[in-house]
Design a protein around this ligand. Sequence first.
Ligand SMILES: Nc1ncnc2c1ncn2[C@@H]1O[C@H](COP(=O)(O)OP(=O)(O)OP(=O)(O)O)[C@@H](O)[C@H]1O
Ligand SMILES: [Mg+2]
Length: 253
Amino acid sequence: MSGGLRRPTLFLRNVSKSYGQGEIAVHALREVDLLVERGDFVAVMGSSGSGKSTLMNVLGCLDVPTTGRYFLDGIDVADLDDYELAYVRNRKIGFVFQSFNLVPRTSALHNVELPLIYARVPRRERRVLAVEALDAVGLTHRMEHMPNELSGGQQQRVAIARAIVTAPALVLADEPTGNLDSASTVEIMHILSDLHAAGRTIVMITHEPEVAAQAKRVIHLVDGRVDSDRRTDSAPATTARLERDDSAEAVSA
Ligand SMILES: Nc1ncnc2c1ncn2[C@@H]1O[C@H](COP(=O)(O)OP(=O)(O)OP(=O)(O)O)[C@@H](O)[C@H]1O
Ligand SMILES: [Mg+2]
C-alpha cells in the first residue's frame, strides 16, 4: 500500500477546476502542475478567491478536477469509486481545519479514536494508537476532557492527533492557526514541524507569512494558477522565531 520511497506523495498534472459552464464559469484552478515529494512540508498562500481551498479539496479527494489528473500516493484518484475514495480519505489523508471540527461532548481521546473506528481497528489497538497520537501533541493529560473544556490551541492539538492517528500519507491543513492566538500558533507550528521532522508530508494553507515561513516550500496561487513556488530551506533563520517555547504544556504528558 505504501509503495516505494521515491514515489511522490502528490502529483497534479494539468489540473483545472471550473464551477459552472460557459459565460458564467468560474475557473478556480487553471492548468496546475504540482509535485509534492513524500516528506515535504508545503505552505499554500494566495489572496481570497485564488483557489487555495479548491486545491485543498482536490488534494483531499473531497472534490474532483474538471480536467487533468491527480495521483495520490501513486493512485490515480479518478480510477476510484466512492467507496474507495472514502477509504483513501480515511487512511491516506489526515485533515486539520481552521475551526478544529471536533465532535462536541465527546472526549479528546474518543475524538482521536473516531477515524480508527471507521477503519475498524479493534478497541484495544485503537486506544493504544489514540493515546500515542495524543502523546505526540503533548495532550495525554487532557485526554478525558471534552472539547469545550479545552483551549483553542489544545483543541487544535487534539484535531492534529486525530489527523495523524491513522498514519496518513498526507496531512492537509486549511488555515490551522487561523483561529489561534500567537502563543497557540507557535505551539501548533512546533507540532507541525515535529511531524515534518518525523517524515510526514504536510500541505498547509495559510494567510500568515510567519506561519508559511515554517514550511520548507511556499507556493503562491494567483487566480487559480501557481504564481511562485520556492523552497525556504536556504533560510533557516526564520525557524528561530517559532523556536520551541518550553512552556509546560508543550513538553508535559
Ligand atoms: N462551489 C463553488 N461554486 C462556484 N464557485 C466556487 C465554488 N467554490 C469556489 N468557487 C469560486 O472559485 C474561486 C476559488 O475559490 P476558493 O474557495 O478556492 O478560494 P480561496 O483561495 O480558498 O479563498 P479564501 O482565502 O477566501 O478562502 C472563487 O472565485 C470562488 O468564488
Ligand atoms: Mg479558502
